[in-house]
Design a protein around this ligand. Structure first.
Ligand code: SAM
Ligand code: SF4
Ligand code: SF4
Length: 346
């Protein structure tokens, strides 16, 4: 009886944080090799990516999404690796859109294949698109994508998404000092007044392979001051609890920009996200060292109540707050491997 009651309630973790969002990585492979995520020399042609049978099937993903709804999850984000490399992705979107209680399905993509799939994705029920774009400069873009794709393809993808009816499109830009920080204002200029919101992300020490150094982080406050000098900004109130981006509107009404400052202004206190890897491990932090296998019980025939109980237990025990403890943890646990970004997405 006790279990029946527990299964009805929305779980909170050890720090009182509810579970609200689920990020689903549908593909660990990528058609880019961004040095800060999948550096080419480490994710080379012999790298052992997951085999098809190891990845969760669409039915398994959809079943899990359905089980997350009663726990408080109404928003999903599809990510990767590159999610658009997953064959028939619009079919998965349609399956997820049909899950009762799912109100919002967003996707993060590098944008190269967006032009090809934008209409299908929209028709399938995808509600929002975030496109990663680190530079408009062809040479810097090439360096930051590991030599794959062109900024023009990404821009075309954004235009196609817009034509397909997506509104509130966002562009994610990871800024690294001395690499692409000089081009930040060009990106703002390109999208100001277009309805597309640029969000600058502080460079993070995700995974184990990007040789992150604190000196390469450009604090959001610094960037915001530079933008403000050129186009005056004012801060906007968060739209909802747990919003990760700090939003600022242009005084002249030409839209807004966002800043995701997980290094200099961590927001772990509001973090309500769970992350599912493409092979079905559930992670409660972007910087986690371990995840919990949901694929094994799914494939062993566990019923809904059993899977629900596992997920609730994981959330209940959660006490992650890596970004708030970054420097201490890096010193103490620097040698311990963290999950890779391409494996669970951003
Ligand atoms: N491939 C897709 C893309 O690039 O949009 C989706 C997956 S990617 C891992 C998700 C987001 O994580 C991207 O916006 C990417 O820029 C961001 N990201 C990857 N490595 C990062 C890092 N070291 N610091 C900050 N953001 C990072
Ligand atoms: Fe691929 Fe996205 Fe990682 Fe770049 S950030 S390597 S596009 S998964
Ligand atoms: Fe959430 Fe972990 Fe990021 Fe903190 S460091 S905001 S707990 S994902």
């Amino acid at each position: 009886m006790e279990n029946a009651i527990a299964l009805d309630r929305r779980p909170a973790d050890r720090l009182g944080r509810p579970l609200r969002d689920l990020r689903i990585s549908v593909m660990d492979r990528c058609n880019f090799r961004c040095p800060y995520c999948m550096p080419r020399e480490r994710f080379h042609e012999h790298y052992a990516f997951l085999r098809t049978a190891q990845r969760l099937s669409f039915d398994e993903i959809t079943r899990l999404a359905r089980l997350f709804v009663p726990m408080g999850v109404h928003k999903l984000r599809i990510t990767g690796g590159e999610p658009l490399l997953r064959a028939n992705l619009p079919d998965l979107i349609a399956d997820l859109a049909a899950v009762e209680g799912i109100e919002d399905i967003a996707m993060t993509t590098n944008g190269v294949l967006l032009g090809k799939y934008a209409y299908e994705l929209k028709a399938a029920g995808l509600t929002r698109v975030t496109v990663s774009l680190d530079s408009l400069d062809p040479q810097i873009f090439e360096k930051l994508s590991g030599g794959f794709g062109h900024a023009s393809e990404v821009l075309d993808g954004i235009e196609r998404a817009r034509a397909a009816g997506f509104t509130r499109i966002k562009v994610n830009t990871v800024i690294q000092r001395g690499v692409n920080d000089e081009g930040a204002l060009d990106l703002v200029a390109r999208f100001r007044g277009s309805g597309v919101t640029v969000r600058f992300i502080e460079y993070m020490d995700v995974g184990n392979r990007n040789d992150w150094r604190e000196q390469m982080v450009v604090p959001s406050r610094e960037l915001q001051a530079r933008i403000h000098e050129r186009w005056p900004l004012h801060a906007l109130k968060p739209r909802h609890a747990g919003e990760v981006a700090q939003r600022h509107a242009f005084d002249d009404g030409a839209g807004e920009v966002g800043f995701i400052s997980s290094v200099t202004q961590p927001f772990c206190g509001n973090c309500s996200r769970a992350r599912l890897s493409s092979d079905g491990l559930l992670y409660t932090c972007l910087f986690a060292q371990t995840g919990t296998d949901l694929r094994a019980p799914l494939r062993a025939g566990a019923d809904d109540a059993q899977i629900t109980r596992i997920i609730r237990g994981i959330w209940h025990d959660r006490e992650d707050r890596y970004s708030e403890q970054r420097m201490m943890l890096r010193e103490r646990e620097g040698a311990k491997p963290k999950v890779e970004m391409n494996y669970i997405g951003g």
